[in-house]
Design a protein around this ligand. Structure first.
Ligand SMILES: [Zn+2]
Length: 400
């Protein structure tokens, strides 16, 4: 499906360019001046486009913290996103789930995470534009954890959704209205729980409270958005199929007016469905779990994840938005235990074999086989795509 990547680029080139390059050269070389219409008489393409990329859980286990530590006491995450950064940056908007707090020192991994601030800087540098902060680890470090995570995101200009300094901040900031490329997208984010830790007062951590969510959806609709997307933190860890309660909740959200549902938490990938009803004129994308984007979880298949890409198009400012293309990219984490390198790396699965040792190749192949088998059986109307080898080669040449 490598062509799909080029198809996306090709489509945008056609849509955004007044004329293809080869055509322009031909026109300028051979057509009489009078045959070239004045620029203002060419009907402008009023269609609007937005590409959205959503990645899974950004974890930070003890081993990751230890491996990232530098001799001067700082933390280096430059290896993490190198091979996926071109794809993250290519999207107009990239979202991931920050499943740690930024509570400051002492830094700690599981079970009550506090990640180094440098981790956030690296996530921002990778090209992410928004982080979800509501998940079962949101309250790991009590009041300081909730507040400092929000403050750190604010201080680096990283928009966030799901946790709030108090209920007034939630009223003002939620649902999150994403405005980009002429699109208005209302985002919702809520978690099934916080590992039985209480929400520290006066903060607010969004829960899966259907009465409240129904109200939030009404509020989202009042924002007059093109789309409403829900990002639930849900499900059962390490299960590769959604439970009935997830299927029911996804349908409930859609029935209430949510367009697309993209979830996480199980730390493994689960199926993706693009449900299109041409008679009703509706389309709903449901991705149950994107898996881990980066973690130190070694067990199969926890070291693998999905980057989900959705391209939206609308024909004009007041026209309905629809999905013009979508696909998923499989990624896996090369842990230092396996790679014998200093730090963790997220690789797209089509990374060159020459960059991987035997253990990494084996881990990659096992994950790919499982994921493709699962998706072949359960996915609906969505296909895998890849970062072009040429881009991966460029990255590898600079940073082998
Ligand atoms: Zn979780």
């Amino acid at each position: 499906m490598q062509n799909k990547y080029f198809a996306l680029i090709g489509l945008s080139t056609i849509l955004f360019s007044p004329c293809l390059t080869s055509c322009c050269q031909h026109c300028q070389a051979s057509a009489p001046q009078s045959a070239i219409p004045a620029a203002d008489s060419i009907p402008a393409d009023s269609s609007q486009h937005l590409s959205l990329l959503v990645a899974g859980d950004l974890m930070q286990h003890d081993v990751q913290i230890r491996c990232a530590l530098m001799p001067d006491g700082s933390y280096d995450y430059s290896s993490y996103f190198r091979w996926v950064k071109p794809e993250i940056e290519r999207a107009d908007v990239a979202i991931a789930n920050l499943e740690v707090t930024l509570a400051g020192k002492p830094y700690k991994g599981y079970p009550q995470f506090s990640a180094p601030d440098e981790y956030l800087y690296a996530i921002k540098d990778a090209g992410f534009d928004l982080l979800t902060t509501t998940n079962n680890h949101a309250c790991d470090r009590g009041l300081k954890g909730v507040l400092r995570t929000i403050q750190m995101c604010d201080s680096v200009g990283m928009p966030h959704i799901g946790t709030y300094v108090d209920s007034m901040a939630r009223v003002e900031q939620y649902p999150y209205l994403l405005e980009q490329n002429g699109f208005r997208i209302a985002l919702l984010n809520f978690t099934y729980g916080t590992n039985e830790l209480p929400t520290p007062k006066p903060t607010h951590v969004n829960r899966t409270d259907t009465a409240q969510i129904a109200g939030d959806i009404l509020k989202a609709k009042a924002m007059n958005p093109d789309l409403i997307i829900a990002l639930p933190h849900w499900g059962i860890e390490y299960e590769t199929l959604p439970r009935k309660h997830m299927v029911r909740l996804a349908q409930w959200l859609i029935d209430k007016g949510v367009d697309h549902v993209i979830g996480g938490h199980p730390h493994v990938v689960q199926p993706i469905e693009l449900r299109r009803d041409s008679l009703a004129g509706t389309e709903h994308l449901v991705a149950y779990s994107l898996g881990n984007f980066v973690s130190d979880q070694a067990g199969f298949p926890k070291y693998g994840g999905i980057m989900l890409r959705i391209d939206f198009t609308k024909q004009g400012p007041h026209q309905p938005a629809h999905i013009s293309d979508c696909g998923y990219m499989l990624t896996f984490v090369a842990r230092p235990d396996w790679s014998k390198r200093k730090n963790h790396r997220i690789y797209p699965v089509n990374i060159a074999d020459s960059l991987l040792n035997r253990v990494e190749s084996q881990k990659r192949d096992t994950f790919v086989t499982m994921a493709r088998d699962l998706f072949k059986q359960h996915n609906i109307d969505i296909e895998e795509y890849f970062i072009p080898d040429s881009i991966l080669n460029q990255v590898s040449q600079v940073n082998p």
